[in-house]
Structures are given as C-alpha cells and as structure tokens.
Design a protein around this ligand. Structure first.
Ligand code: NAP
Length: 316
C-alpha cells in the first residue's frame, strides 16, 4: 500500500484524495498545510488521519512513501526536489515545473534516488485521447490542428477589482499558458510529436500575467494553433482537419464527444464512456509505476516536450 502525503489544500487536492479512494494500492495518510488549523479542517473533512505543518519533518517520515504536490506552479520545483531527495515518489500537478531545464534536474534526482516522478497531467491518462489517436489515420493527411482551452475564470473578477490572485500572479507562475494552454500542448505533442517551430502572441492583463494567448506550431505538412484563455470563453470545439475528414473534439482536456465529419457533410458522433473520476487514471498510472509495472520515461519525456514548447512560447 502506497502511503501518500498531499501538499496544497485547495479543491484540486480534495479531488485527488477522492480519486485515490477509488484506486487500489494507495491511500492518503497525511495532509501538509502551511497553516495548522487549515490543515486540520482539510484533513478531517476528507477523513485523512494525519496533518503536518513541517515539510522537512514530513519528508523524513519513513511511513510516507509518496507525495502529491498541488501548490502554486512556481513552488513545485523546490518541493518536488526536496521530496525526491528524501527518497519519496512524487506525483506533481501540471505544469510540473515552469521550464524544461528544471524538469530535467528533477528527472535526474528521481533517477538518482530510484523513485518515480510523474506529472499529474490528467489529459495524458484520459482514455479519450487514445480514441482520438486511433481516429487520426481515418482523416486523411492532416493539414491543420486547432486545440483550445479558453474558459473565463471567476477569479478574473478579483483581478479586475484590483486584488492579487495566485493563478493570475506571474510571481507564482500563474497565467493562461501554464494553467490551461499546457493541456492543449501536452495533447498536441502526445498525438503529433514536437513541432519544428513555434510562434506566439498573448494578451497581458493588469496583474502582469498572460490572460490569453495563441501559439502557432509548425509541423512538416501541417500547422497547429493552440488557443488558451482565462479571461474569455470559447464556444468552439477543438479540431483536427484532414484532407478527407475533420475530427471535432468537444474538449481536448477532457473529451466526452467526438464527431467525424466527412467531405460530403455527413458525420458520425461518438459519446465517450464517462470516467469514474477525472483524476483516477493518473493516480492508477502512478500506482502502477511505483509498483514497478512500467517505466516513467515515456510520460516524463512528454512533460519535457510540453515544457520545451511552453519555453518557446514564453521566449517570444
Ligand atoms: N489537474 C487539474 O485539473 C488542476 C486543477 C486546478 C489546479 N491544478 C494545479 O494544481 C496546482 C495548485 O493550483 P491551485 O489553483 O489549487 O493553487 P492555489 O489555490 O494558489 O494553492 C494551492 C495550495 O498551495 C498552498 N499555497 C498557496 N500559496 C502558496 C505559496 N505561496 N507557497 C506555498 N504554498 C502555497 C495552499 O495550501 P496551504 O496554505 O494550506 O499550505 C493552497 O491551498 C497548480 O499547479 C495548478 O496548475 C490542477
């Protein structure tokens, strides 16, 4: 049984604890919070037995095998490095870190300590992505891909009111690209590999973060647009356009409905089976890797490729 400690007390950790409850071989034993009262309230609400406010002490605890990191993006690298150095397996929320270079350092540390390092990129473990992968050869030669994740955040109202909000704070590596764009880019590199070149433009909001942006990724024979926003909402599906047919994907981050439209205008729509929980498949993968079933290198390389693309976008 993998004994997991969590870092971060927001809704995503709550959701992860629920998902852990659905997967065999893993249990959450400890909640870490910087604030004892918050940690206690969080743990008791979820039925987690232990709380820690001292991360160094927690990482020395031999009764903890693994750590889930769901702190703000800029904090991941240091916390993950400390956990790996203490010999703990790590599942870290997306984006795992903010640069490909930082990810390479963490991979090295994980390998030196013989522990698993996995990014909690839920899209990567969504069975819907494999259905998309299987449909691509039926579309003919692919000429254009447009993946988008554009959803206005309710917290944007706080930014408009002049408040500081973590997810829109550049000092915490907030912003639309690293929050939502990464889902599109991870799916893109998973389905088509790394682009040959990247161009990009973005909209800077009052907090200094990117509120929205578009990246244009060039591949041999086709182009891919990646659109992301936390300040506006798109009503359009994502698309893969082939010379013989177009695949419409209702949501590239969590696909539930796929439509293939042929040149004559006829179409077939497939509803994907509902997931038991949006985070259960990533937890399942983590358990398998910790149990020695499989190798994290492929998963880690997709994270590396995604970060090389986001590095390229952020350089523009
Ligand atoms: N997979 C998904 O669907 C999904 C969804 C949402 C978010 N995420 C990812 O989850 C991570 C957390 O996102 P979030 O929006 O939940 O972040 P958040 O609310 O800003 O912070 C999460 C937790 O980190 C701790 N924290 C806050 N500020 C901190 C700081 N400056 N230094 C250290 N710890 C701090 C807090 O816990 P304590 O104060 O109790 O220590 C807080 O509950 C991000 O990487 C995000 O991309 C993933």
């Amino acid at each position: 049984m993998i004994r997991l400690a969590t870092i971060g007390t927001s809704w995503i950790t709550e959701s992860l604890v629920e998902a852990v409850g659905l997967v065999d071989g893993i249990t959450v034993t400890t909640v870490f919070s910087r604030d004892e009262a918050r940690g206690r309230a969080f743990a008791s609400g979820l039925g987690v037995p232990r709380v820690s406010c001292d991360l160094d002490e927690l990482l020395l605890d031999p009764e903890i095998d693994a750590v889930y990191v769901a702190s703000p993006n800029s904090v991941h690298a240091e916390q993950v490095m400390a956990a790996l150095g203490a010999g703990k397996h790590v599942l870290v929320e997306k984006p795992a870190v903010t640069t490909a270079e930082a990810w390479a350092r963490l991979r090295q540390e994980a390998s030196a300590h013989g522990v698993v390092l996995l990014e909690a990129m839920r899209t990567a473990y969504d069975p819907g992505l494999d259905v998309i992968r299987d449909l691509i050869p039926t579309l003919g030669t692919v000429r254009r891909v447009r993946f988008s994740y554009e959803k206005r955040s309710s917290r944007y109202d706080l930014v408009l009111a002049g408040e500081r909000v973590n997810i829109f704070d550049p000092a915490l590596a907030g912003g639309a690209l690293l929050d939502l764009g990464v889902y599109c880019i991870h799916a893109l590199v998973s389905l088509f590999g790394e682009p040959a070149a990247v161009q990009a433009a973005h909209v800077t909001i009052a907090s200094g973060a990117d509120g929205a942006g578009t990246a244009l990724c060039t591949y041999p024979g086709f182009v891919a647009e990646v659109c992301y926003s936390k300040i506006t909402t798109s009503t359009l599906p994502s698309e893969i356009q082939g010379e013989q047919a177009t695949l419409l994907i209702d949501s590239i981050a969590s696909p539930t409905s796929l439509t293939v439209q042929l040149l004559d205008g006829s179409s077939t729509t497939r509803a994907l089976p509902p997931l038991r929980h949006t985070l259960a498949d990533e937890v399942q993968r983590f358990v398998e890797l910790v149990d020695g079933d499989g190798d994290a290198a492929y998963d880690q390389e997709l994270t590396a490729a995604t970060l090389r693309v986001t590095d390229g976008i952020r350089r523009v």
